[in-house]
Design a protein around this ligand. Structure first.
Ligand code: GDP
Length: 139
């Protein structure tokens, strides 16, 4: 059965560009409930750990550098069929290919600086949510 949570991050460039409020507003209007939220800056080691699954990909080093370059907003979101619902809500990895009106189409800069992260499976959503939040920090 599809899970009800996903983990998102508003990435450093979207925070730097002043889009945090607009993105959160859109997420809430899209029917996602905020279960947990934090504003923080990842260390390089933390970014490496978060993206460990991508360690063999050619862009891993750049991605780690980027994701630790400034503060992010990490959030657990709740909705039925959360993974699929949120991934279609944010659009394709490359903002240029993202459907009109999606978060990445609206606020993404390029394939790396694409405004937001969204978990790609129920299993990873659980791992990623635990990376940022304890049970006491979820509502
Ligand atoms: P996602 O699930 O849509 O976020 O995409 P992936 O899991 O494939 O990639 C993780 C993140 O790595 C993306 O959100 C981008 O920030 C970055 N990324 C993906 N593909 C590329 C690429 O070809 N070049 C660079 N520089 N970054 C990429």
């Amino acid at each position: 059965m599809a899970g009800k949570i996903t983990l998102t991050m508003i990435k450093p460039e979207a925070v730097r560009n002043g889009n945090t409020g607009k993105i959160l507003d859109k997420i809430i209007e899209g029917g996602f409930r905020i279960v947990a939220m934090k504003y923080l800056k990842l260390t390089r080691a933390q970014a490496e750990q978060f993206y460990f699954v991508h360690r063999e990909r050619p862009f891993y080093k750049d991605l780690v550098e980027f994701m630790s370059s400034g503060p992010i907003v990490a959030t657990i979101l709740h909705k039925d069929n959360a993974i699929e619902a949120y991934r279609s809500f944010i659009g394709s990895t490359n903002p240029k290919e993202a459907a009109p009106g999606t978060i990445r189409a609206l606020y993404g800069t390029n394939i790396q600086e694409n405004a937001v992260h969204g978990s790609d499976s129920d299993e990873n959503a659980i791992i990623e949510a635990a990376f940022f939040f304890s049970a006491l920090e979820r509502f």
